[in-house]
Design a protein around this ligand. Structure first.
Ligand SMILES: Nc1ncnc2c1ncn2[C@@H]1O[C@H](COP(=O)(O)OP(=O)(O)OP(=O)(O)O)[C@@H](O)[C@H]1O
Ligand SMILES: [Mg+2]
Length: 210
């Protein structure tokens, strides 16, 4: 099997041209995520089709196309179009009826490395952090993730240019910023450098919100 992707929580292999196998490294059940994918697919939200789930493994439809991050890095996609796609994905997701008592389904990790640009349009992957809650919290989480990259490291300039129009277009995130920062601080996959960047990310977001 050909490894096509490896993130912080899962490994992804190509089974063939049409299917990938995604396996949680910590052995947790993929069943809750599979159920969410079925629900989102049934409501017309762009997720990879879910074929099979077995313990920590899911067989998913393979999206033929680069991640949004890759397309940005090669110049195949401009920052404003990318920021608009991320805003549109938030709006579309938050219009899907939740299954539980929460206000909306939130992805909570909606950033350019979790958007695949498929032949039929953008597809949102990596649903392991999804919860239900207020849409502004999901927008705030995207702002925090972008803000962390915007204040540190080699991609700071590009991330800041991406984040500013996204934040300026999303005033409803501000009341949820502290909650999003707390979620991020509690994420066990965050490195010491990423945690250290959080206060500066918060300042960046407040300044970008104007
Ligand atoms: N359905 C799919 N079709 C094609 N490629 C995929 C698909 N799902 C995942 N990938 C590839 O695998 C990579 C990792 O997938 P994913 O983001 O789901 O893993 P993760 O371990 O949860 O990542 P993270 O580090 O963001 O937590 C993606 O960036 C993408 O390149
Ligand atoms: Mg990912």
């Amino acid at each position: 099997m050909n490894l096509v992707g490896t993130g912080r929580t899962a490994d992804v292999w190509a089974l063939d041209d049409a299917r990938v196998l995604r396996r949680y490294r910590d052995g947790r059940s993929a069943e809750p995520e599979a159920e969410l994918l079925r629900h989102l697919h049934a409501h017309g939200f762009p997720v990879p089709p879910m074929h099979l789930v077995d313990g920590p493994e899911m067989t998913l439809g393979r999206v033929g196309g680069p991640t949004m991050l890759h397309a940005l890095s090669t110049g195949g996609l401009d920052l404003h179009t990318a920021a608009r796609i991320v805003l549109d994905l938030h709006a579309l997701l938050h219009a899907v009826p939740p299954r539980g008592p929460g206000e909306a389904i939130l992805h909570m990790d909606l950033h350019p490395d979790n958007v695949l640009l498929g032949p039929d349009g953008p597809v949102l992957i990596d649903w392991c952090n999804a919860i239900e809650g207020p849409p502004g919290l999901d927008l705030a989480m995207t702002a925090v993730i972008l803000g962390q990259v915007a204040v540190d490291g080699p991609f700071a300039e590009g991330a800041a240019a991406f984040a500013r129009p996204f934040i300026a277009a999303s005033p409803s995130l501000l009341p949820h910023l502290d909650n999003a920062l707390a979620h991020r601080a509690a994420d066990p996959h965050q490195s010491a450098a990423e945690l250290a960047a959080l206060p500066r990310a918060a300042d960046f977001i407040r300044a970008a919100a104007g």
